[in-house]
Design a protein around this ligand. Structure first.
Ligand code: ADP
Ligand code: ADP
Ligand code: ZN
Length: 210
């Protein structure tokens, strides 16, 4: 069966990291709205021009823009799908349900101060989007991506001030989604603390139980 899975959880909980592993090992295709939006900003497309101010401010990009993006991507993909960072509002979740059937929502929980530490020391690959952490998951060669050799950079929104804003946005707009999926009986919560591979094993367990 072609499962469609939503990864929920606050900024820095490990959605991107776990999505990367799941796509590498279990043949999921990942859709990350954060990656897609950063690409649009980099290419200075009309979408990127509209999205940039919201991303810099730690706010959600307007639902209409993000839903348009997801609609396009979902139509292109066959096989199991992993949604990383979408939906992030009730409106997005409702619209997603009109587009396709979601089988599971996996909510990754991490204490707030740990999230801040994860995010300010995050480094990302400019080329392939792979994610590192200066302390918890450093690249083999400083400043270079293990996967493609390109340069690592710090996202402009990965500063402490913007992270605090993103956490507020999360608590306001995204947290209610857990209840939305709980009521549908498809919410699973996973402890996001501990090693990356421990968290990965917890997620795989949840997938296998489905
Ligand atoms: P999200 O996509 O949810 O914002 P990321 O996957 O980008 O989160 O992870 C945020 C940062 O925390 C990255 O620097 C990543 O390397 C690091 N990280 C991810 N999972 C863990 C973990 N289990 N323990 C410690 N650091 C982690
Ligand atoms: P993280 O999980 O580390 O907070 P993402 O890379 O998922 O970061 O998202 C970065 C930014 O892109 C968000 O702060 C927000 O401005 C925008 N964004 C990403 N996904 C969405 C979405 N589904 N709806 C609205 N804005 C989004
Ligand atoms: Zn890379």
């Amino acid at each position: 069966m072609d499962m469609k899975i939503v990864l929920l959880g606050p900024p820095g909980c490990g959605k991107g990291t776990q999505a990367e592993r799941l796509t590498a090992n279990l043949k999921f295709t990942k859709i990350s709205t954060g990656d897609l939006l950063r690409e649009a900003v980099r290419l200075n497309t009309p979408l990127g021009q509209q999205a940039k101010q919201f991303m810099d401010a730690g706010k959600l990009v307007p639902d209409e823009l993000v839903i348009g993006l997801i609609k396009e991507k979902l139509a292109d993909i066959k096989g199991p799908v992993l949604l990383d960072g979408f939906p992030r509002s009730l409106e997005q979740a409702r619209r997603l349900d009109e587009l396709t059937k979601i089988d599971l929502a996996i909510d990754i929980g991490v204490n707030e101060e740990k999230l801040v530490k994860r995010i300010v020391l995050r480094r990302s690959c400019k080329n392939c989007g792979a994610v590192y952490h200066l302390e918890f998951s450093p690249p083999k060669v400083e400043g270079k991506c293990d996967k493609c050799g390109n340069e690592l950079y710090q996202r402009s929104d990965d500063t402490e001030a913007t992270v605090r804003e993103r956490l507020k946005t999360y608590n306001d707009k995204t947290l209610p989604l857990a209840n939305y999926y709980k009521q549908k009986g498809i919410l699973r919560t996973v402890d996001g603390e501990g090693d990356i591979s421990e968290v990965y094993d917890r997620i795989v367990k949840v997938l296998k139980a489905k």
